[in-house]
Design a protein around this ligand. Structure first.
Ligand SMILES: Nc1ncnc2c1ncn2[C@@H]1O[C@H](COP(=O)(O)OP(=O)(O)OP(=O)(O)O)[C@@H](O)[C@H]1O
Ligand SMILES: [Mg+2]
Length: 344
């Protein structure tokens, strides 16, 4: 097959000014090279295409049989849906979820509304457009303040979990001013955190070995990945900046896969993952997080239908625990899309 790989590349100049995590979701040259090698290993011919403003022209010129899409999008609250929408417009099959699912999953509030509709527990929440919005008094402290439509832990820091209204409003003011977008404020679930990869979706999806994220401190949250491939670029631009040191040292978690859990909990995590994958209409691949509350219930935090796919990231690592090499994992995703679109 002739496969086009669509992506958004991270570049060192992006870190010259502004918050370090502003472009954290974009991919590095190393990730693209690993994917190219993996897709070639599957016996395909591959054309890497940067998903910039000219991507429609590039796709028309390349005329691939299928697009392997990991593009996070350039701008806008539905930016992850742009490349799949263009593929649909051009009549090109592509891997992964469609524009509607990608737009919904990028908005944490919409995701949670849909999960709730399907009876899948998720932490109670409220959207804040301004630090002066009235607080819903039904929410129970502590709360966590996040950006409404971001991923890659963007906007999260040791100030994200708050215990009182003054701290909450300060964090909402900081995020809305710095990133220019609304916040989601939700109940902070105290308990174990699990990350779950799901593959497939043409039939019953396949749940990869469950990852538990362990924190060094109480009330931990997943912050910047200490070994993310973007870190050399950040150091190149801002290596002498004290903020860099602070952010890189803030990472306080590590992952264990397979998680050390009993069969009953594993089964519940798998069932929840499959239900959430279906509720949001995900296809081919997704990574999601959930926490086990003090009431023993599993609360889904969010879904990442274009999860980080660098070989060092959690999803490929969980695939490896399941016995899949990186190339096998990537070609399994491609294979689901080929079957779904009638190409295989
Ligand atoms: N309601 C919550 N209760 C407890 N912890 C939370 C909650 N929401 C978020 N967190 C913590 O913050 C981390 C990041 O939150 P979330 O997954 O919503 O953001 P993200 O930036 O989209 O993540 P990703 O890096 O997976 O794209 C979670 O992995 C978890 O550790
Ligand atoms: Mg997350």
């Amino acid at each position: 097959m002739r496969v086009a790989l669509t992506y958004n590349l991270i570049r060192s100049y992006m870190f010259r000014t502004g918050p370090l995590d502003r472009f954290a979701e974009y991919d590095s040259q190393e990730t693209i090279a690993a994917l190219v090698a993996a897709i070639e290993a599957g016996g395909h011919e591959i054309t890497p295409l940067e998903a910039d403003e000219c991507i429609a022209e590039k796709l028309k010129a390349a005329r691939p049989d299928i697009v392997f899409n990991i593009a996070e999008g350039l701008r806008g609250e539905s930016r992850e849906s742009h490349v799949p929408a263009i593929c649909e417009m051009l009549g090109l099959p592509y891997t992964g979820s469609g524009p509607l699912t990608l737009a919904l999953c990028l908005n944490k509030a919409r995701t949670k509304e849909i999960l709730t509709l399907y009876g899948i527990p998720t932490a109670p929440f409220q959207v804040f457009r301004s630090p002066h919005d009235a607080l819903d008094s039904r929410l129970r402290w502590p709360l966590i303040v996040k950006l409404l439509h971001e991923g890659s832990s963007m906007g999260l820091s040791e100030h994200s979990v708050v215990d009182d209204e003054a701290a909450l409003r300060e964090q909402v003011a900081y995020l809305t001013q710095t990133y220019g977008e609304p916040c989601i404020v939700e109940e902070y679930i105290v308990g174990r955190e699990f990350t779950v990869g799901v593959l497939g979706g043409n039939g019953t999806p396949r749940v990869l070995p469950i990852i538990e994220v362990r924190f060094k401190k109480a009330r931990g949250i997943v912050l910047f990945e200490p070994d993310a491939p973007v870190i050399p670029l950040i150091l190149q631009e801002r290596g002498t900046d004290p903020e860099v040191e602070h952010v890189l040292h803030a990472a306080n978690h590590h992952a264990i896969c397979p998680a050390d859990i009993d069969d009953e909990l594993a089964q519940r995590i798998q069932d929840t993952a499959i239900r959430a994958f279906g509720a949001l209409g995900c296809r081919d691949w997704c990574r999601m997080e959930m926490r086990q509350g003090s009431d023993n219930q599993l609360y889904v935090l969010e879904l990442n239908p274009i999860a980080g796919i660098d070989p060092t990231y959690w999803l490929p690592r969980a695939a490896r625990v399941a016995g899949l090499s990186y190339a096998e994992f990537v070609n399994e995703i491609l294979g689901y899309a080929l079957v779904r679109t009638g190409l295989a």
